[in-house]
Write a protein that binds this ligand. Structure first.
Ligand SMILES: NC(=O)c1ccc[n+]([C@@H]2O[C@H](COP(=O)([O-])OP(=O)(O)OC[C@H]3O[C@@H](n4cnc5c(N)ncnc54)[C@H](OP(=O)(O)O)[C@@H]3O)[C@@H](O)[C@H]2O)c1
Ligand SMILES: [Zn+2]
Length: 336
């Protein structure tokens, strides 16, 4: 089989398509003929050498969001069979720690993520596969796991309800667009930011209620407060946007942080946090049940994930270049 592998770090030119042995399933695994695999900023962190994957792991096949058709299963697998259309929940959990027992599973002490979907075939844990109804497209499904599942879990953590106003700094990428769509789907309202007028125009079509065209934290803080203080902030940017996201909350408001695209550390105005009884929460991914709920939303016609562009396996390097350039809106999906 062929796979798009990282052969070095630092730039998209280190992504190349190479031959690999066809995988055989372990007893608890299934082999999936990959129809679609989306890419995430997490994969770009790895390619840029910012995560824990090292030279010894090269060539490294990234790709967490796998949708496709089962072609073979191991001896102990009973939940799927060859021919089933499936979507992988990329969560890897130990199943035995206190956090696995008490839930949510994303709190698992040994939590990690599946990698390997940017390939013609993927060997995956069979019990992490979600069945796809016939009318759910593989490309749409592949958009869901990392971005939409995380955004949904953040909304749940922030206790966002009907009519609430939610601030999403950086609202035009995978997590950002997912957040805007899901906020709209539950009857809440949103404020989204971007440095690109073009991308904000596309956000308007998805039901965003207010947009702010800026990348400047101070300017964004004033613009949000001028609209209204918000019930919740969903923040994947971090860096200087953490204090902005905190400051614009109403008294008792909640900010959930899931990323650090704009920087790994932040100064927070502590008086604002405790005097105004605000809450700041961290979040990683979501649960397989969250993912099943998202598949149901697509099947019911209540969610149409935004895929900016699809790429062939040979164009995977270009997909990473486009994400790196911030020239895309929503999700990028490779169709191996
Ligand atoms: N904890 C978790 O479980 C989890 C799950 C998913 C994602 N994440 C994290 O969430 C972040 C977003 O992931 P994604 O896949 O949605 O990424 P993405 O698609 O690349 O996000 C693009 C968005 O981020 C903005 N942006 C990019 N670089 C920026 C910068 N340097 N400063 C300010 N804004 C910037 C873009 O703004 P413009 O429109 O202005 O270009 C755009 O709105 C990543 O840090 C990722 O690691 C974490
Ligand atoms: Zn565990």
């Amino acid at each position: 089989m062929r796979a798009a592998a990282f052969t070095g770090f630092g730039s998209p030119e280190h992504v190349s398509v190479e031959p690999f042995d066809d995988p055989d399933p372990e007893p608890d695994e299934a082999i999936v003929d990959v129809g679609a695999c989306s890419i995430n900023h997490h994969d770009l962190w790895i390619l840029n050498g910012d995560l824990w994957i090292g030279e010894d792991d090269l060539p490294f096949v990234a790709g967490m969001d796998v949708a496709g058709t089962v072609t073979a299963v191991g001896a102990d697998v009973h939940n799927v069979e060859p021919g089933d259309r499936v979507l992988l929940c990329p969560n890897e959990t130990c199943g035995s720690c206190r956090y696995c027992r008490e839930g949510p599973e994303s709190h698992c002490k040994r939590f990690s993520l599946y990698h390997g979907g940017l390939a013609e075939q993927a060997s995956v844990q069979a019990d992490r596969l979600v069945h796809l109804p016939d009318d759910v497209d593989l490309v749409d499904a592949a958009a869901l796991p990392v971005a939409y599942m995380t955004a949904l879990r953040m909304l749940k953590q922030a206790e966002v309800g009907v009519g609430d106003l939610v601030f999403v700094p950086g609202a035009t990428g995978g997590v950002g667009v997912a957040a805007i769509q899901l906020i709209d789907a539950i009857g809440a309202r949103s404020i989204g930011t971007s440095t690109s007028k073009q991308k904000l125009d596309r956000l308007e079509d998805l039901g965003v209620d207010y947009t702010i065209e800026s990348g400047d934290p101070d300017e964004i803080r004033s613009a949000v407060v001028e609209i209204s203080r918000v019930d919740a902030t969903l923040n994947h940017l971090g860096g200087p946007f953490s204090d902005v996201g905190l400051n614009v909350l109403r008294r008792g408001g909640r900010m959930v942080i899931c990323g650090q695209t704009a920087g790994p550390t932040s100064e927070l105005t502590l008086g604002d946090l405790f005097l105004n009884q605000k809450r700041v929460l961290g979040n990683t991914m979501g649960t397989q049940t969250d993912l099943e709920q998202l598949v149901d939303l697509i099947a019911a016609g209540d969610l149409d994930p935004v895929v900016n562009e699809t790429y062939t396996l040979d164009q995977t390097s270009q997909a990473f270049a486009d994400m790196n350039d911030r020239s895309v809106f929503g999700k990028l999906v490779v169709t191996p």
